[in-house]
Design a protein around this ligand. Sequence first.
Ligand code: PA5
Length: 464
Amino acid sequence: MSYPPISYDPSAARVLIDDSTWNELGPSLLKARDEVFADIELMHSGSIPDEKKPLDAGFIDLPQRLLAGEANLLDQIEESAANFAEQVDRMVLLGIGGSYMGLRALFEALCDRYHNELPRHARNEIPRLSFEGDNLDNDAQRSLLKLLMNESTNSSELSDRWGIVVISKSGGTLETASAFRTYRNALERFYGAGAPETTELVIPITGETGKLRDLSNAIGYPVTFPIPDGVGGRFSVFTAVGLYPAAVLGIDIRLMLQGAADVTEAFRTGELGTNPILDYVATCHLLERDHGMDLRVLSTWGKGLEAAGLWYDQLLAESLGKHERGATPLTVVNTRDLHSRGQQHQEGKRDRVITNLIVDTTTSATLQLPKSEHDQDQLNRIAGKLIPEMMSAAIQGTNEAYASDRRPTADIHLPKLDAYSMGQLLQMFMLGTVLEGRLVGTNPYGQPGVEGYKNAMGRILYGS
Ligand code: PA5
C-alpha cells in the first residue's frame, strides 16, 4: 500500500526570493546534503575527526535499519509494550527534553484529545498517560501523586494499576532521576515492597552506560531498552525513547518508521524545487540571510500538532542556537493564536517567516454548522458549512492577508494525521535541521550551552 507524501509549498514566500538567488544556493545545499549522508558512514567508521565531534548522525538511517530487523528491536518493543498495556491502566512517563517531547508530540497528534478521560473500553484497552520528570515543580509532582493515590487503591484491579516508563539517555538528569525516586517509592507503596510489579512494571530506557543503567542493573529490572550511542536526545524519537511508549499507546510504530524512511529517501534523491526538505531549508535560510527574518513561526492549524511544534522548538533551538547565531523557533496554534499573536504577525516587525502546518483531512467525521431559529448571531447564512471548510477559509484568508503586505508564508501539508505522516514530519524536521547546520557551518549535534546551568545548579545543590 502506498501512502501520500508530505508536501511543502513555499510559493508565497518566494516572492521575496528571486530565482537567481534560489538557484545559486543549490550547489551549497547539495554539498551540505552530501555531508549529512557522509556523516553516517563517518560515524559508523568509528574514526571521527575532532572538528566533527560530537556526531550523532545515527538517527538518519535508523528507521530503515529497524524496519530491516536490526537487533529484532521492533518485535521486542511490540511484545513488551503489549504486555505492559495489558497489565496497567496508566503509564507514568518520566523524562525531559528529547526524552519525552517526541512522545508527547505523538500522543497529542495520534491519540484522542480526551484519551485519559475516556473509559478503558473506549480507549481500545490502551492505558492512560501521565507525564512527569520534566520539571522540578513540587505542586505538579504532588498532583500526580494525589491522582494516583485517589485512583489507585486496589492493586488487583486493572483499572487501578499503573506502571512507570523512565527515560533518560545520560541517566543523570536531575528532573527525571529525582522524579524516578519519588514515583518508584509510590509504586512500592501501591503494590507492596518486593512485589513483582515493582520491577516488572518499571521499564527503563537509557544509554548503554550511566547512572540509570547502573541503577537498573542493581535493582534488576527484567526489561530495559537501550538508547544507542550516536543518536542524540532530541533526535531519539525513533529509538525506544519514542517507539516503546508509542507502542503502549497502540500507535503503529512500523508505519511511522516507514514514513520516516520514505522521507529520508525522498530527501536523498530529490532535486531542489521538488524536495520538501531542501526547499524548506532554502526558504528559511534565504529569508534569514537576506532579509534578517530569524524568527521561525511554526503555525499549526488545529490542536493536535501543538506538541509537535514544541518538539521542533527544542530541536531547532538546541541544534542551531550556537555561536551567537541560529533562528528562534516559535510555535503557534491557529486559529486560537490569531486572537493573540495574529496582530504582531500582520503588523509587527518584519523578522519572521511563517510556516503553516496543515492537515488536509480530518481524523473523525466532519461536523456541520447547524441552522438555528435564533439567528441573532447571523450564522444562518453559513449554516450547513462544514467545520473544515471554515478552517480552510481561515487558512486561506490569513495567508492572503499576510501576502498582501509581503509577509512571507509557506505551507507544509500532511495528507492526514496518522502514524505515517507523523513519521514523515518528525524526520523531515530532524533532517532539515541537520542540513541547515551543515549549510551554515554550525554543528547541529550536541548542546554545550545547556551544561552552563547544570554546572551552576550542581555547585549550588551538591557544593561541587
Ligand atoms: O537533546 C538532548 O540531548 C537533550 O534535550 C536531552 O534530551 C535532555 O537534556 C534529557 O537528557 P537525558 O535523556 O540524558 O535525561
